[in-house]
Design a protein around this ligand. Sequence first.
Ligand code: 3PG
Length: 394
Amino acid sequence: KMTVKDVDLKGKKIIMRVDFNVPQDKKTGAITDDTRIKAAIPTIDYILKNNPKKLILMTHLGRPDGQVKETLRLDPVAQRLQELIKTPVRKLNDCVGPEIAKAIDASPEKVILLENLRFHAEEEENDPAFAKQLASLADTYVNDAFGTAHRAHASTEGVAHDLPAVAGFLLDKEIEYLGKSLEQPDKPFAVILGGAKVSDKIGVIENLLTKAQVLVIGGGMAYTFLKAQGIAIGNSKLEKDKIDLAKETLQKAKKAGVKVILPVDHLVVDNIDTPTKIETTKDAAIPDGMIAVDIGPKSIALFCDTLKSAKTICWNGPLGIFENDKYAKGTKEVATFITTLKAKTIIGGGDTASAVAKFGLESKMTHISTGGGASLEFMEGKVLPGIAALKDKQ
Ligand code: 3PG
């Protein structure tokens, strides 16, 4: 295992891929959550302490699809980074080319942030020539972008072939926590899955059937599972074309001896945005015309009771529409409950991480992943190209 600790940094130009793909306010462009920037700081601080010639940071922001988009420039990110590391950051207006190479060498600031990599289509195409251009800017490559490790792009995969390449502390920590929890979990190992779509989580379920003892399912995806069991779901979210898959999954789980826990009651509304009726159902069935937006109190009790003996809990996907305070109770209570257990609690990134942050429970979880899609693919047992490229070097 090679990390930034295993390479010589002194006097070297270090290029580091980070995932500063942070959420922004649509109107003002202000960064609304800087967790991902903060998460890279231990590696940044470590590198700077070791006196490199330059630390060149690179990231994507959003999906500009190979075009320069003014709203997706990295200036606000550079600003925030500078505040957080208390060190001046020189932000450049492109990421490759002779001018950029010159600007790096001429920069009085040690820390440099290149412009959004995805302004060049070659980044997502993993174009070898583009990767070489990035590589030519530095002596050593560090990958600390766990959130983008599931993408085989020039800055996450390609460049690792052209330079000495090692992991940063964040990438290393993510692999450690997610990997351990899946490979050698303290048992019982319980998995909580939620979020809108069955199709997003089916790969995770397949992979975990051989590892977990309990699967707790809530959120939008639960209704397709309930429907598969012949339970009425009113106007709740349904993936019609996934009913058979849900049935099969339930059968497979049974065969594998994995307990599957679904909601036994719900919070339902007549309209999600402007409800005139908000009710709790008496059982798992959802009345005609009503839409489930959260798990109900009996489900909260059942989920907590199921989870109380777990030694490892992995959670990916909220249990209701937690962004709306009225529909956040299920996600909040279950999240709060698991922090009281002696279990290892591993939170997948994306929405689940936002939910945990919203409830102020971050410091009480064992690990919160900075990867949304990446943590999901990791839980699916997939090889992440950004990690594989580093392993190939060793
Ligand atoms: C993420 O936010 O999941 C990563 O930064 C990857 O972004 P992408 O889904 O646009 O590739």
